[in-house]
Design a protein. Structure first.
Lengths: 78, 323
């Protein structure tokens, strides 16, 4: 198990836009550099990228939830 | 000597104490949003208090030093690392040529200030190195720093390592943060009930919060006194015939979400302003994260001036401690 943490405070989104599917679903392969979500702050959307490879095992923060820097956003299985 | 920007963070900008004197032309004063923190960082490394440093918001940059230097990081609690080893904030640090400064996850506050002995020596515009991206003034050719930039730094002797600002003199917002407000020229536009609610309600920092202004949400909408719209103001009750804005002034477009104007704000426009956050509390706004709770507190001029004197005294005490 490994955690993907938010690099900064803001609002977390699972999807690139409201009409799109979430970036990742349970069981998806995650490569280093894959985008797993967006954090919005100061009218800017920042892509949250995985720094490790693994299998996606779920979002730990809700879509559109306020998040703090360092908060776990998603988890991966090795 | 240069600072090599390895990673730039979110919006890391060169800031000093700004370029006063041009607001009447629409060019904002700019400069550090938490001026006390920038002054303290400069004092820690032996710089003039108005020397240029870096303002990093929410995320730190990664910086390599090409020469030995004294540095200090103040403002937000953003864990400091030199070559991966944790170091103290609000304290002078000696770095060796080739060492790399990086940061952990933000723990408190919003903006960290990085001062380096000698100060950043980019070309000033209108008397200041402060970055104003919209006007392409200051900074690195008018913009925020980017990976690959090499920022020139002035020559200066190193200072003793471990000089530190006592915790009691480090100022940050509480939770909920309290921002003191003087009501202003257009206060009469609000109904008595709406005016009372503005100060009663707890507001939350919205995502739209940057160097130009901080937006707040979550309080009850404000009602306006009925009127015949003056010529040129338009039908919306929150509109006025254009007027001047001050730093800290609070506009409430449509009566729903207050916006406090900050260092890079526009100098005028057509929204009524219900008052202004007092100068002593403007630094605190620079340290608010999104989703932080805020109460606006109604004060009079006497209280505002006393708070201004108190803030000045705090800066004088830091100067004395590090002198």
């Amino acid at each position: 198990m490994a955690d993907i943490q938010s690099p900064l405070p803001g609002t977390f989104y699972h999807r690139p836009s409201p009409e799109d599917d979430p970036y990742k679903s349970n069981g998806d392969a995650v490569a280093v550099g894959d985008v797993i979500g967006l954090v919005e702050v100061m009218k800017t959307f920042i892509e949250v990228k995985s720094e490790i490879a693994g299998t996606f095992s779920g979002y730990a923060a809700d879509n559109e939830a306020p998040v703090t820097a360092g908060q776990v956003l998603a988890t991966l299985d090795d | 000597m240069t600072l090599k920007i390895v990673k730039s963070g979110l919006a890391t900008t060169i800031q000093d104490l700004g370029r006063p004197g041009y607001f009447h032309l629409g060019i904002p004063e700019g400069g550090a949003m938490d001026r006390l923190a920038l002054r303290a960082a400069n004092m820690l490394v032996g710089n003039p208090e108005d020397a240029a440093g870096l303002e990093a918001v929410f995320m730190g940059p990664e910086i390599e030093f090409t020469r030995d230097a004294s540095i200090a990081i103040t403002g937000a609690e953003l864990p400091v690392m030199i070559d991966g080893e944790p170091r103290e904030t609000w304290t002078s640090i000696t770095v060796k040529a080739g060492q790399v400064l990086s940061f952990g996850f933000l723990q408190a506050g919003a903006r960290a200030y990085i001062a380096v002995s000698g100060g950043i020596a980019t070309e000033p515009d209108l008397g200041s190195r402060s970055t104003y991206p919209i006007g392409a003034l200051g900074g690195v050719g008018g913009r925020a720093v980017q990976p690959g930039d090499e920022l020139p730094v002035g020559d200066a002797p190193l200072v003793a390592e471990g000089r530190s600002v006592p915790p009691a003199l480090r100022r940050g917002p509480g939770n909920p943060a309290e921002l003191r407000v003087l009501t202003g020229l257009y206060w009469y536009r609000l109904t008595e009930d709406a005016g009372r609610r503005f100060f009663e309600d707890t507001w939350t920092v919205a995502a739209e919060a940057d160097r130009m202004g901080y937006r707040f949400k979550g309080g009850r909408p404000l009602d306006f006194v009925d009127r015949e719209p003056p010529f040129g103001a338009g039908a919306d009750p929150s509109n006025i015939v254009d007027g001047c804005y001050s730093y800290g002034s609070i506009q409430v477009p449509g009566g729903t979400e207050p916006i406090v104007l900050h260092r890079d704000a526009v100098s005028g426009g057509g929204y009524f302003t219900l008052g202004a956050v007092i100068s002593a509390d403007m630094d605190l706004i620079g340290q608010l994260q999104p989703n932080t709770q805020v109460k606006f507190v109604n004060v009079d001029m006497e209280t505002a001036l006393a708070a201004r004197a108190e803030r000045k005294a705090t800066i004088a005490k830091i100067r004395q401690e590090l002198g």
